[in-house]
Design a protein around this ligand. Structure first.
Ligand code: IMP
Ligand code: MG
Length: 186
């Protein structure tokens, strides 16, 4: 049975509201624009979660900013990382000699971004940095240096603003904690 919207909402607790998210993106965007002044920046968004963040972030960046997407999968069970990363979709264009910024929704254990950084460094970019909207420092297994982090959050499973639970809740304008014992009918 499909749960009613009110029933779904009852399992969610807002952690970061829409206004705070947008203010942080403006701040990050302005910082990135300043740091890359005079350089041609190339963004790589990690599908699917980061595309909401990337779409808002790029509006604060210079008009010659380009973008590409990659998709990886590290989850083989609901809310449980397999610890293995699989490349699901590769880039369309080469990054050799380019100023590359990876844009990701969340830095959790660090396994995904560690894999992606190594994979992309091997292709010879001029620079490679990471911008993650969220980070859960207490969950780190692999040390990953992210130059830009929007919010550090506690060890809670969050959804919204691109983040999903079994593909749901990506369209929330807030970032919300989803109750650990919530078992949806899917
Ligand atoms: P990592 O490899 O453990 O750092 O995990 C990175 C990926 O796990 C992210 O790109 C998300 O897709 C997913 N993930 C980690 N934490 C959460 C969460 O709290 N909510 C939704 N997805 C998450
Ligand atoms: Mg992701």
């Amino acid at each position: 049975m499909t749960p009613e919207i009110s029933e779904l909402s009852a399992q969610l607790t807002v952690l970061i509201d829409a206004e705070k998210i947008q203010a942080k993106i403006k701040e990050l965007g302005n910082r990135i624009a300043n740091d890359y002044k005079g350089k041609q920046l190339h963004l790589i968004g990690i599908l699917k979660g980061a595309c909401f963040f990337l779409a808002d972030l790029i509006r604060y960046l210079p008009r010659d900013t380009t973008l590409d997407f990659m998709a990886v999968s590290s989850y083989n069970e609901r809310r449980q990382s397999s610890g293995e990363v699989r490349l699901v979709k590769d880039l369309e264009s080469a990054i050799q000699g380019r100023e590359v910024l990876i844009v990701e929704d969340i830095l959790d254990t660090g396994v995904t971004l560690d894999y992606l950084s190594r994979c992309l460094w091997a292709r010879g970019p001029k620079s490679l940095n990471i911008c993650a909207l969220l980070s859960k420092p207490s969950r780190r297994i692999k040390e990953v240096a992210a130059t830009y982090v929007g919010f550090e959050i506690p060890d809670e499973f969050v959804v919204g603003y691109g983040l999903d639970d079994a593909e749901r809740f990506r369209n929330l304008t807030t970032i919300s904690i989803i109750s650990k014992n919530w078992k949806a009918g899917y």
